[in-house]
Design a binder for this molecule. Structure first.
Ligand SMILES: NC(=O)c1ccc[n+]([C@@H]2O[C@H](COP(=O)([O-])OP(=O)(O)OC[C@H]3O[C@@H](n4cnc5c(N)ncnc54)[C@H](O)[C@@H]3O)[C@@H](O)[C@H]2O)c1
Ligand SMILES: [Zn+2]
Ligand SMILES: [Zn+2]
Length: 369
């Protein structure tokens, strides 16, 4: 039996339930979880922004230690520290064939189950019923069974909470800057929304040696954290969108070369696009509720050769990028640990969601004993 955070109905509190976990089969490993971050994407599911089938063991930003391997598995050994990837590429769709695993259209992760559709979790009791695992990994649980391709070995010595964050917000934000946008040295960058994802964009912009990095949020404390991570300027966003755009233009000599929207709200998506100078690029990283639509003035967009890029998972190739980001952290060049301000227990998930909804604090990470 393991304990897991189980989503059943949108808008309802997530309960911690005791579930049975299957033994790993061929091509699978069991991972004893050490840490799981609380990402806003989990909150989107919990609050019903994205319809998802229940019951489902939540969590997609996690790390752990391989505890058992299925028959024939040689790529991982028991005791290996791993970060889990929430997107296992199918390997055969059009995007996969082009070497773009982050754009896979047929990932088994979309089904919240194993590649053959099997579930690894069942409810306890005399009449067990299946429980899905979010993105096929369900990290807010004491243990999980995942496809081998989802468990990415990390170098020795990585703090489990840091490893967990590499599984989502770090790869998403750093990759958006380095891999999606390929920000050149000296470029001006703005980041709107300074949660785990946005602060990772700031860290990515520092690595890219951006010339000016303007960090924008409506919570003053977030601006200070961004400054400690290397943002050159902080801009407190109020309700007056025009004032924010004007202040951003003043700080960036007419608008940022690259603006990263890391919230997922229509007004800030539109603000990002509107703030662009001629030739500027808006990179959309935040995820809106499913039905949202945004608009922009087409003529100046085309006339000014502006660009909008969507960035899923920071264009991550987890097997290659997770160890690379982990090594950068160990080398002191990617201070992921500074994003973590609360280590909480699995039972404290609902208060953690309340804080995340309110923009209170930085990344919260569930740690397991
Ligand atoms: N593209 C991807 O692959 C991917 C991966 C992970 C997460 N996401 C998405 O990224 C977004 C951010 O995730 P997170 O976990 O960092 O969230 P978060 O809630 O921790 O951070 C959001 C930040 O935006 C700020 N904010 C909210 N409204 C604002 C406004 N109007 N103006 C300025 N600042 C405002 C908040 O204060 C907070 O600091 C979410 O939508 C999440 O679903 C996308
Ligand atoms: Zn996430
Ligand atoms: Zn694919």
């Amino acid at each position: 039996m393991i304990r897991a955070a189980v989503f059943r109905e949108p808008g309802q509190p997530i309960a911690i339930e005791a579930l049975s976990l299957a033994e790993p089969r061929a091509g699978e490993v069991r991972v004893r979880m050490t840490a799981s971050g609380v990402c806003h994407s989990d909150l989107h599911v919990r609050d019903g922004d994205w319809p998802r089938p229940g019951p489902i063991a939540m969590g997609h930003e996690g790390a752990g230690v391989v505890e058992a391997v299925g028959p024939g598995v040689t790529a991982l050994r028991v005791g290996q520290a791993v970060a889990l990837s929430w997107l296992v590429a199918c390997g055969s769709c059009r995007a996969c064939a082009r070497g773009l695993p982050w754009a896979c259209s047929d990932s088994p992760s979309f089904g919240h189950a194993m590649p053959d559709g099997a579930t690894v979790l069942t409810t306890a009791g005399s009449d067990p019923s299946p429980v899905l695992s979010y993105c096929g990994i369900g990290t807010m649980a004491e243990a999980t069974v995942v496809p081998v391709a989802a468990a990415i070995p990390l170098p020795d010595g990585v703090d489990p909470a840091v490893a967990a964050l590499i599984g989502c917000c770090v790869s998403t934000g750093v990759g958006a800057v380095l891999k999606t946008a390929v920000v050149p040295a000296g470029a001006t960058v703005a980041v709107i929304g300074l949660g785990g994802v946005g602060l990772s964009c700031v860290m990515g912009a520092v690595l890219a040696e951006a010339g000016r990095i303007v960090a924008i949020d409506r919570v003053p404390a977030k601006l200070s954290t961004a400054g400690e991570l290397g943002a050159t300027d902080g801009l407190l966003a109020g309700d007056d969108r025009t004032a924010t755009i004007e202040a951003l233009r003043d700080l960036t000599d007419g608008g940022p070369d690259f603006v990263f929207e890391a919230i997922g709200r229509v007004p800030t998506v539109e603000l990002a696009i509107e703030s662009l100078p001629i030739g500027g690029t808006a990179v959309l990283v935040g995820m809106t509720p499913l039905a949202s639509r945004a608009s922009f003035a087409v003529f100046p967009f085309v006339d000014g050769s502006r660009r909008i890029l969507g960035s899923n998972y920071g264009f991550a190739d987890p097997a290659e990028d997770f160890p690379r980001y982990a090594q950068l952290q160990l080398d002191g060049r990617l201070p992921v640990d500074r994003l973590i301000d609360r280590r909480i227990a699995l039972d404290d998930l609902e208060p953690a969601f309340d804080r995340l909804r309110a923009g209170d604090g930085l990344r919260q990470v569930i740690v397991f004993d």
